[in-house]
Design a protein around this ligand. Structure first.
Ligand code: TPP
Ligand code: SF4
Length: 285
């Protein structure tokens, strides 16, 4: 469903002023998000953002939408519930790398299997921002944090390799500084039928002095135009190329969505059990 009246990106901003630190990467993500909504003419009444806990989890406060600020790490199953109850809504999940890859990491493979038509933005700053700078699952080896005063010892997770292995039907990476590119990528993610997941590198200038905007600018490279995003082998090869931090769509496949699978189940159930709930009710009451 889309709006008839022309809405500008600023029309999608709520009256709440973002409380993020000056220079936080999340600002770029918010700008790109509202740009994409305006291009897609999304009606705010059809928009739901489900978020976890973290600086990134506050994203929904700053957008004109229905918001469900869930418990830490539990945004994905809550979003699946929203989509199940009302498949016509545009459902987004927004949260941090701690929220999505640490405490909430167990939900990811199952979301990939179900393939609901949801878009998940993991705002990855490689640190726990809200709780003041503890290590996260993507903190690089050697990074000094509040919980690793002598530097991180454990290797970081590689989110793109994980998403590809789990079988997500749309896997992408973006950099918060490149607002135009990100806005385009968000449109592609929403147009995709199925679960689209984006690792959105969004530096935290307050608590991460390693993966900074300058660090990223030296390494970021758009995925080559001749990359075949339907080829999973090429997607893995690209993800394993650690010379650059590639941005763009690694992989995209058409698979039955959760909504299609549920509709099929409903049809089959009706064939086997044609009674309506009211008929059953009258039979017993
Ligand atoms: C069950 C539970 N455990 C721990 C916390 C404390 N906590 C709040 S946010 C957070 C991590 C935030 O990091 P991240 O998800 O990366 O988001 P960011 O703040 O960096 O955007 C933690 C550990 C909590 N709120 N609930
Ligand atoms: S602590 Fe980091 S992630 Fe949180 S608002 Fe500040 S800059 Fe952004």
């Amino acid at each position: 469903m889309s709006v008839e009246t022309i809405l500008k990106p600023k029309d999608y901003k709520s009256d709440i002023v973002p409380v993020w630190c000056p220079g936080c990467g999340d600002f770029g993500d918010l700008a790109a998000f509202t740009q994409a909504l305006a291009v897609m003419k999304v009606d705010p009444k059809d928009l739901v953002i489900v978020s976890g806990i973290g600086c990134s989890g506050r994203f929904s406060h700053f957008v004109k939408c229905y918001a469900y600020h869930t418990a830490h790490g539990r945004a994905v199953p809550a979003a699946v519930g929203v989509k199940t109850a009302n498949p016509d809504l545009h459902v987004f999940v927004v949260g941090g790398d701690g929220d999505g890859l640490s405490i909430g990491g167990g939900h990811l493979p199952h979301a990939a299997r179900r393939n609901p038509d949801i878009t998940y933005l993991i705002l990855d700053n490689s640190v726990y921002g809200l709780t003041k700078g503890q290590s996260s699952p993507t903190s690089p080896v050697g990074m000094v944090t509040a919980t690793a005063p002598f530097g991180m010892q454990d290797p970081p997770l590689d989110p793109i390799l994980m998403f590809l292995s789990y079988g997500f039907s749309f896997v992408a990476r973006a950099f918060s500084s490149d607002v135009k590119e990100l806005a385009k990528l968000l449109q592609a993610a929403v147009a995709h039928k199925g679960f689209s997941i984006i690792q959105l590198i969004s530096p935290c200038p307050t608590f991460n002095q390693v993966i900074t905007f300058d660090w990223m600018k030296e390494r970021v490279a758009s995925i080559p135009v001749d990359h075949d995003a339907t080829d999973i082998d090429s997607a893995f090869r690209l993800a394993l190329d650690h010379e650059f931090v590639h941005t763009g769509i690694f992989y995209q496949a058409q698979r039955p969505t959760m909504e299609e699978k549920m509709a099929h189940q409903r049809q089959e159930t009706k064939k086997k059990r044609p009674h309506r709930l009211e008929d059953l009710f009258h039979e017993f009451v």
